[in-house]
Design a protein around this ligand. Structure first.
Ligand code: OFO
Length: 169
């Protein structure tokens, strides 16, 4: 049986993951509106990944005899001044999520909940990838600057991104 404290922290994290999904879906809608369908696809896949992260916590909490409680999801931003700002916010958001995952790891250690500590390691690894992906795209877009041809090339590349649930999950 999972502790009350760990249960509350996981429920809060489910909300964080669902908000992440909502935020990236809003960014996808922003790009659709700009007719950058590749960027819109990249964000839509990102939203699906976040949904997956949320459901992985959902299933784990249930498996441990805890009770999932869904909290209200905050309304995400709708507009951004430019593409660079979207990816700056994406990168900043992923750093925020990493901090939240690290807090969960600390709670698991405090509670001597070794199963949760082990489970959370998947997210620790995942956050390294999430931050690296956001940071790499941010740097590419900064490099391209006003180069519209380059942005369209990147947009074409992002059209091919698909969602693949991790096999080991
Ligand atoms: Fe983007 O990693 Fe979950 O939130």
């Amino acid at each position: 049986m999972i502790s009350q404290k760990m249960q509350e922290a996981i429920n809060a994290q489910i909300n964080e993951e669902l908000f992440s999904s909502y935020l990236y879906l809003s960014m996808s809608a922003f790009f659709e509106d700009m007719s950058l369908t590749g960027f819109a696809n990249w964000m839509r896949i990102q939203a699906q990944e976040e949904q997956f992260h949320a459901m992985k916590f959902f299933d784990y909490l249930s498996e441990r005899g805890g009770r999932v409680e869904l909290l209200a999801i905050e309304k995400p931003e709708k507009n951004w001044p430019d593409i660079v700002t979207v990816f700056e916010e994406t990168y900043k958001h992923e750093q925020h999520i990493t901090a939240k995952i690290n807090e969960l790891v600390s709670i698991a250690a405090d509670e001597k909940d070794y199963a949760s500590g082990n489970f959370l390691q998947w997210y620790v690894g995942e956050q390294v990838e999430e931050e690296a992906a956001a940071s790499e795209i941010l740097e590419q877009i900064k490099f391209l600057g006003e180069n519209k041809h380059g942005i369209l090339m990147l947009d074409r590349e992002f059209k091919s991104r698909t969602f693949q649930p991790p096999v080991e999950a």
